[in-house]
Design a protein around this ligand. Structure first.
Ligand code: SAH
Ligand code: SF4
Ligand code: F3S
Length: 518
């Protein structure tokens, strides 16, 4: 740990007496801590220093920790995005290296980690109700360690609430220090009291972290961490820190290794993958270059997410248009179709520039599938402004969209805006938008009827285990009957029936080598 990180690190241990005292308070817990107390600070997290990121290749599990989990089990519940799910794979890797075994049974797990998401209020509410549900479990099995990690842990209001009302939690740690899980667990076991370790400043980029991936067909690969965009509604730049790109060679090595292991699909992950490489001094290498290098690796499908429309380059379009293993599916969150709303969201593009980008993409990649994210009910959004979101949707004809009602996040600039849009109007706008999403999804799906598509077969349907399912290159869910031996393979399926959000088809044959069709 370097000095800067140490400054922002807090390991706080509450004894029972302190806990009782802390319970009475809502805000300042510092007086109850014998140790240095520095809660997560959104203000600190907002700062962007000039210091260069160091790459740490030396991660290893210390000998003394290797048997910590012998005979014990763990369970991690994931509430967030793909990045959050990938963090779960890393924590699973670390716990396995400590000797713990994974379990699905929450009632017998010795360590339970709740990997949280802070993106919207309802995501947070789900987590609080889950932690509340664990109260009786902790009473019955006090030796169970319960940890809260992920993006919510980076918020001081959340940490305060847990300290006040959720004494059943043993550890709180943030997104920047999951590699310190062995030490955090040791503290929690030794102290038998709440341990809080949250860094408000991002750490270095740590390579060589062990991972236990959720499957052996598809894999996530982080290409960068953090976000510097600071869209005015968004908590992510606070919870994930500044943009830090992994070195190209480390990413390429990881992808090669996944290809060797037989993975069929990878998704390159970052909050804004288009910024890839910009933070590495002297590196003239961006996402376009990375995609091109990865397209030479023998892995059938490569996806990337998420692309901010602002710095989507022609070079990227060219590389995707060249095909190979880069799938013709681009998730391009637009958020709103109105310039004034886009401006106050801090998105840094206009309706016109977004549409121009969409046109360039469609010209270069005629078969492209575009999907998006949209927020309705931004503070003071007018009916006319919302109409512009609808008309933009009609112009682009997105094949799918994730749609949300704006949720106020403490500490973000939007949280300070007055809002005159009633909640029921927001709900109504969401319904109207979702109808449109359904309409265009159905339209896109109907074009598949009679066509033959390549499907990466992922498993059996929950209802009928002779029915297999998987996704096309453009991420359409396909159900079909085929032998189970096809799981993990890319197969040809003829589409018989298109539904609004999925396709039903007839299995034709296994493909020898999947070639992405443009
Ligand atoms: N980095 C990605 C977004 C990650 S969050 C990007 O910029 O494309 C995923 C989506 O959640 C966002 O695109 C946005 O539509 C939504 N979102 C983020 N903050 C939100 C908030 N405060 N309220 C409602 N939706 C939000
Ligand atoms: Fe949030 Fe904007 Fe960063 Fe996406 S680009 S994570 S919406 S701040
Ligand atoms: Fe949620 Fe954090 Fe991902 S806030 S969306 S888990 S980066």
């Amino acid at each position: 740990m370097n000095e800067e990180q140490r400054k922002h690190t807090s390991i706080n241990i509450l004894d029972e007496r302190d806990k009782k005292a802390a319970k009475k308070e809502t805000k300042d817990y510092s007086k109850y801590f014998e140790h240095v107390y520095q809660p997560p600070s959104l203000k600190e997290a907002k700062k962007r220093g000039k210091e260069t990121i160091k790459y740490n290749d030396d991660f290893q599990i210390e000998e003394k920790y290797r048997n910590m989990g012998k005979g014990k089990t763990f369970l991690i519940k994931t509430y967030g995005c793909q990045m959050n799910a990938h963090d779960t794979e890393v924590m699973g890797g670390i716990l396995s290296a400590l000797g713990f075994e994974a379990t699905d049974d929450i009632n017998t797990a010795d360590v339970i980690l709740i990997n949280t998401c802070a993106i919207r209020e309802n995501a947070e509410n789900k987590v609080f109700s889950e932690i509340g549900n664990l109260k009786h479990l902790k009473k019955e099995r006090p030796e169970t360690l319960i940890g809260v990690c992920g993006c919510m842990s980076q918020e001081e209001s959340v940490v305060n609430k847990i300290l006040k009302s959720y004494q059943n939690v043993d550890m709180i740690f943030g997104t920047h220090n999951i590699h310190r899980l062995p030490q955090i667990l040791e503290e929690a076991y030794l102290a038998k009291a709440m341990v809080v370790e949250v860094w408000s400043k991002e750490g270095d980029v740590i390579e060589n972290l062990p991972k236990v991936r959720a499957g052996n067909i598809k894999a996530w690969v982080n290409i960068m961490y953090g976000c510097d965009k600071f869209c005015t509604y968004c908590i992510v730049p606070f919870t994930r820190g500044k943009e830090r790109s992994r070195r190209p060679e480390d990413i390429i090595d990881e992808v090669r290794d996944l290809a060797r292991q037989g993975y069929q699909e990878i998704t390159l992950l970052g909050q804004n993958v288009n910024s890839y490489g910009k933070d590495i001094d002297g590196l003239d290498y961006g996402l376009g270059d990375l995609l091109e290098d990865i397209s030479k690796i023998d892995i059938p499908r490569v996806r990337f997410t998420t692309s901010h429309p602002w710095d989507f380059t022609d070079r990227m379009i060219d590389v995707i248009a060249n095909g190979g293993n880069i799938v013709p599916h681009i998730h391009l969150p637009v958020q709103s179709g109105n310039n004034q709303v886009l401006k106050i969201m801090g998105r840094k593009y206009t309706r016109e520039s977004y549409l121009a980008l969409v046109n360039s993409i469609k010209e270069a990649i005629p078969n492209v599938a575009l999907t998006t994210d949209i927020i309705v009910g931004y503070p003071n959004e007018t009916a006319e402004q919302f109409e512009e979101t609808l008309s933009l949707y009609d112009e682009v004809e997105f094949e799918h969209a994730y749609t949300y009602i704006y949720s106020q996040r403490d500490g973000t600039p939007a949280a300070k805006m007055k809002d005159n849009v009633p909640q029921d109007v927001k709900k109504e706008r969401l319904q109207i938008l979702n109808k449109k999403v359904g309409y265009y999804s159905e339209k896109a799906m109907s074009q598949y009827e009679g066509a033959t598509v390549n499907v990466l077969c992922e498993g059996t349907s929950k209802k009928d285990d002779t029915v297999l399912s998987g996704y096309t290159e453009k991420n359409k869910l396909v159900n079909f009957k085929a032998p189970k031996s096809m799981i993990g393979k890319i197969v040809k399926v003829k589409i018989d029936e298109a539904k609004q959000y999925s396709l039903n088809g007839t299995f034709i044959e296994e493909t020898n080598k999947a070639v992405v069709t443009h």
